[in-house]
Design a protein around this ligand. Structure first.
Ligand code: PMV
Length: 324
């Protein structure tokens, strides 16, 4: 009986959120808070799922029923990944899945997409299907859409490739950027945000004010293109300025909050080269770019504004097999 453990990193959006849902590019970095999952072959033709960290204990389903009937929301990522893998490649064994995530679900680092990537990578390994990153991405992205109906897939790409990526909607472009560090401070608002809900609200706004919203997306997309060059040239002051402009557009879209604004402006007042919310908005995290010397002052300012510092590294390694 084979057993293997796979891990995948979380993500933070650097620039381009929301616009990336509509065909524009974004910049995303993987963060070293990893989702871990162990897959074991079993004799019975069942999927067994034991994921106390996801709130699922001893869930099981016959393989021929996978993806059918009621699926508890917390089992959906793994069961739907399983369904999509089995539909494409078949499987000739029962599987037990156990998770051990280091993720705090509240930060918004993308535990759903990391769990989908881990499941798919582990299944492909155990079935000896050699999938390219792009093939893995396509299966995982389909699973994200099956589960939540919306999303650009940037989080799936970050979990698979790791590092820092230039990414276009649905994986139309996925370019790893050759940098070796990213001097970020990450501040958590203490408020959990509902990404799917906020993405739907922006869709409504786009229907009501198509020209205005399209103008904002186009402007954000221009910032992302410049941001990509700034990253590659390690021009942190320029990247900081672009992040600030991006934050202004996110405020125009109406997705920032008073708490996010206050953490962002405190970080800037303490010397951050740039600061912005990261992700859908409404809560979760903000990021600030530091110059190597003023990290502590920025952290202190964010705490004074009521934020919590999340001390994890950006530009983390992508999905990997932990043992064989
Ligand atoms: O809230 P997060 O960190 O999952 O980021 C969402 C980013 C969006 O662009 C708003 C949605 C997406 O799928 O790209």
């Amino acid at each position: 009986m084979q057993q293997l453990t796979v891990s995948a990193p979380g993500k933070l959006m650097l620039m381009g959120e929301h616009a990336v849902v509509y065909g524009y590019p974004c910049l995303v970095t993987a963060v070293d808070s990893r989702f871990k999952l162990t897959l074991t072959e079993i004799d019975a033709p069942n999927l067994l799922l034991h994921a106390p960290d996801l709130g699922i204990i001893d869930y099981h389903k016959p393989i021929n029923q996978i993806g059918k009937g009621d699926i508890p929301p917390k089992a959906q990522c793994i069961e739907l990944s399983f369904k999509n893998f089995v539909q494409k490649y078949g499987i000739n064994t029962g599987i037990k899945v156990e998770t051990q995530s280091q993720f705090s679900q509240s930060y918004g680092f993308g535990s759903s997409s990391a769990s989908i990537v881990c499941t798919m990578k582990a299944l492909s390994q155990i079935s000896q299907k050699k999938l390219t990153n792009q093939e893995l991405f396509d299966l995982c992205y389909r699973t994200v859409i099956d589960k939540q109906g919306v999303g650009s897939g940037f989080d799936v790409a970050a979990a698979i490739w790791g590092g820092t990526l230039y990414f276009v909607t649905g994986g139309k472009a996925i370019e790893p950027l050759n940098i070796n560090n990213l001097p970020l401070v990450i501040g958590y608002t203490g408020v959990k945000s509902d990404t799917t809900q906020i993405v739907k609200e922006i869709a409504k706004k786009k229907e009501l004010y198509p020209a205005k919203i399209e103008l904002i997306f186009k402007a954000i997309s221009g910032l992302v293109e410049q941001g990509k060059r700034a990253l590659l040239e390690k021009d942190w002051p320029l990247l900081g300025k672009l992040m600030n402009f991006n934050q202004n557009y996110l405020e125009d879209l109406g997705v920032s909050t008073e708490k996010l604004n206050s953490m962002v402006s405190s970080a800037k007042a303490a010397g951050a080269l740039g600061a912005k919310l990261s992700g859908a908005g409404g809560g979760d995290c903000m990021i600030a770019l530091h110059n190597g010397k003023n990290k502590q002052a920025i952290e202190k300012a964010i705490i004074q504004a009521g934020g919590e510092i999340v001390d994890i590294k950006a530009h983390a390694q992508g999905a990997r097999i932990e043992n064989l």
